[in-house]
Design a binder for this molecule. Sequence first.
Ligand SMILES: [Zn+2]
Ligand SMILES: [Zn+2]
Length: 376
Amino acid sequence: MRMTAAVMYEQGLPAPFVDSRPFQIEIVDLDGPGEGEVLVQVSAAGLCHSDLSQVAGLRKRTLPVVGGHEGAGVVVEVGAGVSHLAIGDHVVMTSGAGCGHCDQCVRQRPNLCDSVGTSRVAGVLPSGTRRLSLNGKPLYHYSGISSFAQYAVVSTEALVKADPRVPLDIAAMFGCAVVTGAGAVFNGAKVRPGDSVAIIGLGGVGLNSVMAAKLSGAWPIIGIDLIDAKFPLATELGCTHTLQANDPNLVETVKDLTSGGVDFAFEVTAAKSAFKTAFDVTRKGGEVIGIGLGSYEDLHQYPHSMLVAHEKVIRGSVMGSGVAERDIPRYLRYFLEGRLPVDRLMSGTMGFDDLNANLDALDKGSVLRQILLPNS
Ligand SMILES: [Zn+2]
Ligand SMILES: [Zn+2]
């Protein structure tokens, strides 16, 4: 079939993206689903900070690639051997799922799957094949999803059936922003009632961590960011305190609020200064949870004697440290119950023509989650 898609030919193009145009809108070809694959009509796709990293080239990908790694849509065709999904099902597309068979997957850590990671970097589906092309030349799949398109052929492992009561433009955010931010709290840190937390970086992912911390009964929930304008919503969603990241007394203030530091500091930005702050505001015996990914080459610093003498733990959390097929339906239910008001994070919707301009808005921190509606 032929369809419209956002294609990236080159990484490393400079801002403003409205001028450099990292995404070119093209009419491309999409082959039907093979064994274990599903054709999804994409209803909505979220624009994520990782897309900015992709544009910047922090992690190299096989090019040219159709962008987008979170989304939601409706199943329109199923390939051979697909039994648990049917035409008409609503699905969330997530790059946090694994192959189901490798050593990490059988240990219930599909977010660390060995084989899916390899195919993701190669720009192919887990089967090793490609379904996308342009004028007979290959186009690659981004993270096995490529949701910046009207349709996507996706492996069933990357699809989670969604409660149809959840609007699809909201459901799209559960594929990356929600699982990453909320999962770091529920699965990575395993926050318990009464634990104190700090969240550094109050964007689309960080605010999911705020909501999950509230749901876990944490107190206080301290939100830290460079942009004061993010504080009112952060407070509405669960922050008991908000602090300016540049405040020279920041660390002392957190220590005063928490009798010596927080149990868990979530670092969402990947900035070196923010990581240092996260380490410094963590109490003796507490944990720093790194969620922001950054570049493969980035080296962060921490005072080593404090790691040892204060028994601090530094832990990474990718795609929510969980099992997408278990967690996403839970989080969707929390949303329907009003306990995870993810809809508050949606800044607006857009068509293909506004994709590059919205990369600029995300880069400036002036929006949380912009949702592409490829078929409207
Ligand atoms: Zn993402
Ligand atoms: Zn696996």
